[in-house]
Write a protein of this length. Structure first.
Ligand code: NAI
Ligand SMILES: N[C@@H](CC=O)C(=O)O
Ligand code: NA
Length: 435
């Protein structure tokens, strides 16, 4: 029997991520123990169904169906919250933090929606709240922002933060499949959220963008203050047009701070990204994040953004940090300095846009569209007419010169009202990120 100090770990939620953590700690326990000088004990796991068959072997005596009992068990020092959701997960997290425990989470929705309360509970009761797995899966982006890049102010951070959407867009481009078919595969591979709209409508990316914004700038931006658009309206016509024009379509989170006004703008939308950009070539379940710091310049991080093993890698990195802190007396990790930076107004968010419209194939349509765009002072840079699936209709793809969010939204609203425009106009943003 070794005389190393014992650290007891409890895992709430033994699904894709929880089983990954259990598997890798069990496999590599000797390595972690010799590195840390402590015995890691996977003390218990809370599950919904005690009798369910799992890919990891867990003794029955270690299973409970009561996550709150696990979180408040005095023997457990480190609680991993890997259930998801924002109600029970929040209660369990707060209960553990109020007892001075360290909580490790992969739950970006919870960090985004209740971060300030959870951080305060950790501070107040001498515990810690770690969440490396919550953004970009296995990429240590939280560690990079919090520690490696601490010397910098961040003018721009942009990235692919959702593995499911990147997997879907990649397969749509390569194989011409439609998104619902690929989404089923992403689910089977353990990439997708239990509630699929979180992935495909952009909310999961928005949660992650909010966390990155707080780490980079010390300001919490709620998702309702962001432009958030998903990938469900993207068609093969968009993907093929992008490909022919030297772009890839990527669901991007963009976090920018204006150097003069300090205003912060956060948006999540599918964008046309030039192929010359590294992130345009980040495919499948991989995530990529480009971080421009005023001292370091641009740095880029790429890795698997979802899936059992990549996510377990991030959770275990937090567990190891937590144990190191426990053993050497709970020294605090650097936290961002809080700032209430103003949020940018839509007219201050500028860019170029791509618009796809299905229109009646009749004389005078182009003139009507031009009248609408010029009324909002949006100037057209290119126009491409393609046959539409509907008879008597044409598909128009136009790109604009530099405009702004307010003007383009008013253009889209006015175009929608034209009787010659059929269905919903579809808008994409064209990324530049040049300066
Ligand atoms: N799957 C992935 O690639 C990634 C997931 N995450 C996050 O990790 C968390 C877990 O995700 P997954 O493992 O994919 O989900 P999952 O659905 O596979 O696993 C969640 C597990 O928690 C259990 N659970 C839920 N409510 C419970 C309760 N009341 N009592 C006991 N157990 C309960 C469920 O039965 C399920 O087994 C979520 O917050 C997710 O957003 C983060 C990064 C990547
Ligand atoms: N559903 C998420 C899981 C990781 O955060 C994703 O696909 O990125
Ligand atoms: Na991460």
């Amino acid at each position: 029997m070794s005389d190393l100090p014992i650290v007891n770990i409890g895992i709430c939620g033994l699904g894709t991520v929880g089983q990954g953590v259990w598997k890798h700690i069990t496999r590599s326990r000797a390595k972690f123990e010799s590195r840390l000088g402590a015995r890691l004990v996977l003390k218990s796991a809370s599950v919904r169904d005690l009798g369910k068959k799992r890919s990891v072997r867990v003794a029955k005596s270690r299973l409970t169906d009561d996550p709150m009992a696990l979180a408040t068990d005095p023997k457990i020092q480190i609680v991993c919250e890997l259930m998801g959701g924002t109600t029970l997960a929040k209660d369990v997290t707060l209960a553990a933090l109020r007892l001075g425990k360290t909580v490790i989470s992969a739950n970006k929705a919870l960090v985004c929606e209740h971060g300030p309360e959870l951080f305060a509970a950790a501070r107040e009761h001498g515990g810690h709240y770690f969440f490396e797995a919550s953004v970009a899966g296995g990429i240590p982006i939280i560690k990079a922002l919090r520690e490696g890049l601490v010397a910098n102010r961040f003018r721009r951070i942009y990235g692919i933060l959702n593995g499911t959407c990147n997997y879907i867009l990649t397969r749509m481009e390569r194989e011409g499949l439609t998104y619902p078919v690929i989404l089923q595969e992403a689910k089977a591979l353990g990439y997708a959220e239990a509630e699929e709209s979180l992935d495909v409508d952009g909310w999961d990316t928005a949660h992650k963008a909010s966390i990155l914004t707080h780490l980079a700038h010390g300001t919490w931006v709620p998702t309702k203050a962001m432009v958030v658009e998903g990938i469900t309206q993207i068609t093969q016509a968009d993907i093929q047009h992008a490909k022919e024009s030297g772009f890839a379509i990527k669901l991007l989170a963009v976090i920018e701070q204006d150097e003069k006004t300090d205003e912060i703008a956060v948006s999540v939308a599918p964008m046309l990204l030039p192929r010359t950009k590294v992130l345009a070539n980040v495919n499948e379940v991989y995530n990529g994040i480009a971080v421009t710091g005023d001292v370091v310049g641009e740095t880029i991080y790429i890795g698997r953004g979802a899936g059992q093993d990549a996510t377990a890698s991030a959770v275990i990195s937090d567990i190891v940090d937590a144990i190191a802190l426990l053993l050497r007396g709970n020294a605090a990790l650097p936290e961002p300095v809080e700032h209430n930076y103003p949020l940018a107004k839509p007219e201050n968010l500028t860019g170029r846009y791509y618009l796809r419209l299905d229109v009646k194939d009749e004389p005078g349509v182009l003139a009507k569209i031009a009248t609408v765009t010029s009324k909002s002072k949006v100037s057209i840079a290119s126009l491409d007419q393609r046959p539409s699936d509907q008879t008597g209709a044409a598909s128009l793809i136009l790109t604009t010169h530099r405009s702004n969010e307010k003007a383009i939204r008013s253009t889209v609203n006015n175009l929608r009202r034209l009787s010659s425009v059929l269905g919903e106009p579809f808008l994409l943003r064209i990324a530049s990120f040049e300066d």
